[in-house]
Design a protein around this ligand. Structure first.
Ligand code: FE2
Length: 370
């Protein structure tokens, strides 16, 4: 494939002029960018052309403008053109996933934990898959070759759906934060207990990180160098989370309560690590968050408690992710992939759909402890 990527804004993305420059916003992100006075007229023209539905892909100025935002989840990468010559394709297989009628059925197949009853723990999941895989495929189909798909386009198409899903579910996460904040004022000992449970979930993810990345390095050779570099960045992050937990409880690690959501989420990632480089990339992005506020929202609440130093570990971890823009790291994985098959697009989409449900479900389950 030729390397140059052209972008179009997600349908949820809006660019607008501000006093000092421009604002780009979507339901999950709002970003202000200052524009130098000498550039303002040109940029305003570009905004007008985008708003009037101009042909975005062939307009060099618009592409230059959009490329500035390529590091943020506000754009779809249109399928690239194939370079002439023989084309290598990447094809993954995941029978257990594709044979499942929905996320719950897939989890039934995957579940290694005798103490988790999937039907019971995930009764709030739909019976069938809900994302339109054909639509995701059509947004990533390489025009000249009907049955080849651009992995970067599939990645950005999947990203749009998972961000939309997260934003629709964000009410629960906000309720959780509000309730624990209220609990802090009402019953601080109980607040510390709940916070320890909440942080334990993050601890589980960081502790199990290696058991996901190890198999990925082994089974996904096309992206193993990139995953190795990423693994170096992630090492020992569980210690940071544990540092915070230890301020709140001296409960031994073996007694930490990990939710079915977080345990199955890790199992899905391990499965992806063995089956699909594209899907694995989409899942790493989910695990790394979406957009990063100035500081960790949970850390902020801890800071206001009578054990303010409990915020130090989680905040340090949060800042590592924010500084390194970790949610975008998997883009370096996807860029290494050749065109992919339609089945690979489907596998990646299904993996993302089940993972984002588990991810969003976590807040719901922790809320039940309150
Ligand atoms: Fe990270």
């Amino acid at each position: 494939m030729i390397d140059e990527i052209t972008y179009i804004p997600y349908e949820q993305t809006v660019f607008s002029a501000t006093q000092t420059g421009i604002n780009v916003s979507s339901p999950w992100l709002s970003l202000d960018v200052d524009v130098e006075d000498t550039r303002k007229a040109v940029i305003m023209q570009v905004l007008d052309r985008i708003a009037s539905g101009a042909e975005l892909i062939s307009d060099g100025e618009i592409q230059e403008f959009l490329a500035f935002f390529a590091g943020y989840p506000v754009l779809h990468a249109t399928p690239r053109v194939l370079a002439p010559g023989r084309t290598i394709t990447y094809s993954s297989d995941a029978g257990e996933l594709l044979r499942s009628d929905g996320p719950r059925q897939f989890l039934e197949v995957l579940n290694p934990f005798p103490d988790i009853d999937i039907a019971d723990a995930f009764s709030y999941f739909p019976d069938t898959w809900e994302w339109d895989v054909d639509e995701i495929a059509s947004e990533s189909r390489i025009a000249a070759a009907e049955m080849l798909f651009d992995p970067i386009s599939a990645y950005t198409a999947i990203r749009a759906r998972r961000l939309q899903f997260q934003i629709e579910q964000s009410g629960i996460a906000h309720t959780l934060l509000r309730n624990i904040e209220a609990l802090r004022e009402r019953d601080e000992p109980r607040f510390f207990k709940i916070l320890a449970i909440l942080l334990s979930q993050q601890f589980y993810v960081t502790r199990e990180c290696g058991s996901c990345l190890g198999p990925a390095i082994e089974h996904l050779p096309l992206i193993s160098d990139q995953i190795r570099a990423y693994a170096d960045e992630e090492i020992h992050h569980d210690r940071l989370i544990l540092k915070s937990i230890r301020e709140l409880t001296d409960q031994p690690e073996a007694e930490f309560a990990f939710t079915p959501e977080i345990r199955l989420e890790i199992e899905v990632i391990k499965y992806a690590a063995k089956t699909c480089a594209l899907g694995f990339s989409a899942l790493v992005s989910i695990m790394e968050g979406t957009v990063y506020p100035d500081s960790d929202p949970v850390g902020d609440i801890l800071k206001k408690s009578s054990k303010p130093s409990a915020h130090i570990g989680v905040e340090a971890h949060f800042q590592i992710n924010k500084r390194g823009n970790h949610t975008a790291i998997p883009e370096t994985f996807v860029k290494k992939l050749p065109p992919v098959t339609e089945r690979t697009v489907a596998i990646a989409a299904r993996l993302a759909e089940v993972t984002i449900r588990l991810d969003s479900g976590l807040a719901r389950t922790v809320l039940k402890h309150l």
